[in-house]
Design a protein around this ligand. Structure first.
Ligand SMILES: C[S@@+](CC[C@H](N)C(=O)[O-])C[C@H]1O[C@@H](n2cnc3c(N)ncnc32)[C@H](O)[C@@H]1O
Length: 233
């Protein structure tokens, strides 16, 4: 028998469509809230030591939806900068929930002006630390991440630490997944750890435009196969 092949881009289009379908009722509230918060976070740019890129609104919406679907209790983020991604993840995990959650975020080059808590999510920023320094401390503390979001470049020493931070259902988000950007390098670095993962590259979900989201993002999703349930309805 021939195999039936399914391209990861086609699969990602279906997953992204489902993300929006699941959030159709929330997006009219979420999009203006993220837009307002992103504008406010932009005011910190002048105070940053290393002025670099931040995420697009569509990436924020994607992170929000991913965090809202998987409901991670513990999030580990590499690359805080303005904190748009941190805020999107925290709001997504917290939306409609009352459980306490923790988000650890690190940035070696920039200060952090985020609040101590976003909803019920405790924000633990670590400005001035490298991913290796921060991940080592988290591993030593016995922290396991339900979701890891990478918007900085993994260092060679990080691979063993990320392995320790992961459990069998850890979801991973990779920003800047295009061309020769860091998301592609980070995916390559993670190759040994993601044998049981579904790789979903960034795609444009046209229905987001109905909610006023017209920019394009480059965030890929790595989802353990075990978190995927095929339903009949
Ligand atoms: C693209 S910016 C992050 C944007 C951020 N997610 C946002 O929403 O504003 C990447 C940041 O990660 C930091 N960074 C990159 N690699 C790092 C590493 N290995 N350890 C710590 N910080 C790192 C950079 O200095 C930079 O400030």
């Amino acid at each position: 028998m021939n195999k039936f092949t399914l391209n990861v881009r086609t699969l990602s289009q279906a997953v992204n469509a489902r993300f929006v379908e699941m959030h159709g009722a929330l997006l009219p509230d979420v999009v203006p809230e993220l837009t307002r918060a992103f504008r406010e976070l932009e005011t910190h740019r002048a105070k940053m030591t290393y002025n670099t890129g931040s995420i697009a609104l569509s990436a924020g919406v994607f992170l929000f939806m991913a965090a809202n679907i998987f409901k991670p209790r513990v999030i580990v983020e590499l690359g805080t900068f303005l904190g748009k991604s941190t805020l999107s993840l925290a709001q997504g995990a917290d939306w409609g929930e009352s459980a306490e959650r923790h988000l650890y975020t690190v940035d070696k080059d920039n200060p952090c002006f985020l609040p101590e808590k976003i909803g019920n999510v405790h924000i633990h920023p670590h400005p001035g630390k490298t991913s290796t320094e921060r991940f080592s401390a988290l591993v030593e503390a016995g922290i396991k991440a339900d979701l890891i979001s990478l918007d900085g470049r993994l260092m060679p020493e990080d691979l063993a630490l990320v392995r320790e931070l992961m459990h069998s259902e850890t979801v991973i988000l990779l920003d800047d997944f295009e061309g020769v950007e860091k998301g592609v390098a980070n995916l390559q670095a993670l190759t040994q750890l993601i044998g049981s993962y579904l790789f979903l590259p960034p795609v444009v979900e046209p229905r987001l435009a109905h909610f006023g989201v017209i920019d394009v993002h480059s965030t890929a999703l790595l989802m353990p196969f075990s978190l995927l349930a095929i339903t009949r309805q």
